[in-house]
Design a protein around this ligand. Structure first.
Ligand code: ZN
Length: 277
């Protein structure tokens, strides 16, 4: 909340020649909510010199800024430009975040995919890339994001996994304890853009929340929505299960923002502050 107030203060003090300047801190795998008021209509937002979509209601501009899990901690700017002129600049300092590691022993056959499985996983990746390449052009929500389950979290976002002391990967979602058939609600309002069976995450539902924010629900026993349906926050979208590559029934919940999986808990915290929930 403090950050938000400060930002408004800076907006108030901006003169015609000096762009509004503000500093914020972000960590790898996290997001920050950006909100400010700008009168001009032809504003474009660039972060790390790349265009970023934002939501607009009158003068109010809202955007979610992400930092990749694989960040090299390089600071960056987000510039609101009007033509060639920068009218507001947010300087992001990137501070490291340590993620825990867990060691797992698994059947080596499950690590190295057979050519058939590899071909399936590769072709599904092409389909997924297409789904993530377009998104609704406005935020579909006006409430905070909410955890899809209230059960025990069995694996946090960002956990580093070392399989059989060699193969390393990262768990870029949040796992909840669940039985086969537990109800899975939507984390926020949006449009169902995928409901199908995938090699890695089994029966999977993907929801587009607008402006390149997607939620993913994996290992379902059954999806209960079809593609194209608009859902409200908390609306039932499927039943938990153990489909795909999993060692037992659980819900895998992922949040993808601007092409990167981020920590859903941070998105919940950031949006709770804004929507005062
Ligand atoms: Zn998971």
């Amino acid at each position: 909340m403090k950050k938000f107030m400060l930002l408004l203060f800076f907006v108030g003090c901006a003169s015609a020649n000096n762009p509004i300047q503000k500093e914020m801190v972000i960590k790898p795998g996290e997001v920050r909510w950006l909100e400010l008021e700008l009168a001009s209509n032809n504003i474009k937002l660039f972060c790390r010199n790349q265009p970023v979509k934002f939501h607009r209601e009158g003068k109010k501009i809202q955007a979610v800024i992400m930092e990749s899990y694989f960040s090299d901690l390089t600071p960056f700017n987000c510039d609101f430009n009007q033509g060639k002129k920068t009218v507001a600049r947010i300087l992001f300092k990137v501070v490291n975040r340590e993620y825990k590691a867990e060691k797992l022993k698994v059947d080596p056959k499950k690590i190295k995919l057979s050519p058939v499985d590899q071909a399936r996983a590769d072709s599904e990746q092409v389909v997924l890339n297409k789904i993530y390449s377009s998104s609704l052009d406005r935020f579909q929500f006006s409430t905070s994001f909410k955890e899809p389950m209230t059960s025990l979290v069995t694996s946090l976002y960002g956990t580093k996994r070392v399989y059989n002391r060699q193969k390393k990967s990262q768990h870029l979602g949040i796992d909840y304890r669940a039985a086969i058939g537990d109800q899975v609600p939507a984390t926020n309002a949006g449009k169902v853009v995928y409901a199908g069976d995938l090699f890695y995450t089994g029966w999977t539902v993907i929801i587009d929340h607008g402006l390149d924010i997607f939620s993913v629900y994996g290992h379902l026993s059954k999806p209960l929505v079809s593609e194209g349906k608009f859902v409200a926050r908390g609306e039932l979208i499927g039943l938990s299960g153990n489909t795909g590559r999993t060692s037992g029934p659980h819900l895998h919940w992922g949040m993808k923002v601007q092409g990167q999986y981020i920590d859903g808990f941070v998105l919940i915290d950031e949006t709770k502050k804004i929507f005062k929930e």
